[in-house]
Design a protein around this ligand. Sequence first.
Ligand code: ATP
Ligand code: MG
Length: 260
Amino acid sequence: MIPINHPRRESLLIRERLVDGVREGYVALQGLIAHGRGECFDYLIGETTINEALNAERAAVAALLLARNPVISVNGNTAALVPRDIVELAELVGAKVEVNLFYRTREREELIARILRENGAREVLGVGDDASCVIPELFSERRRVSCRGIYVADTILVPLEDGDRTEALRKMGKTVIAIDLNPLSRTARAASITIVDNVVRAVPNMVRIARELKAKPREELEGIVRDFNNDENLRKVLMYISRRLAELAQNHIVLEFPKD
Ligand code: ATP
Ligand code: MG
């Protein structure tokens, strides 16, 4: 039990969800390591959605709404953390949902598909024989994708992606939207739009933004995408983190404990 007033309660509850996912067999052990790395970067940005992340989320939603064939790729961590929001976002922007795993087993695929369906998904791609198309130049199990989904998609949202696949998808000419708390990862640098935010904040934000942007004319959405520059935005994220750390260093507060 995590005490109600524990200062890191929220973060500990999220960890518990992933640990449960491991126990239930759909989160990979490596997913826990990936989450730990994400937590570290979240600490550095202050565990909030910074302006640069919000701008990227807006550009990402506009790109998804403009896409002819958008797909949202789901792995174990994403299914554990934000299953309902993923399904809602897919619904709002008209995207397909596809399971795609680095450590692919039939059991994990099916468990994740079931979670998505329990959260309202009508169709889940990428399970079993459906993942029979191959992304060139990729050697992990993530290269197997649905011929009706990621393979033919023009725009793909990949929460918690790995660098190799992001690069391979870009080489296929696709627009890749990544959610990654590490602004220095290869994924962050290779994506077309990088959202440096925790998926637990980013995806619900995107649902809200999608409700707002859905009614806007195409030209306005195109303007939002055109005005967004990923390199520039990532530079601003790094500036934000370095400024924040410098300020914290100046105000250097040490936790006080009673002396015995
Ligand atoms: P790359 O392959 O892109 O160079 P990596 O090998 O360092 O990155 P992976 O293990 O492939 O990283 O993927 C995990 C990534 O997901 C990490 O960069 C981590 O910061 C990020 N991450 C983990 N949990 C979250 C989360 N809840 N929200 C957003 N990002 C997260
Ligand atoms: Mg990697």
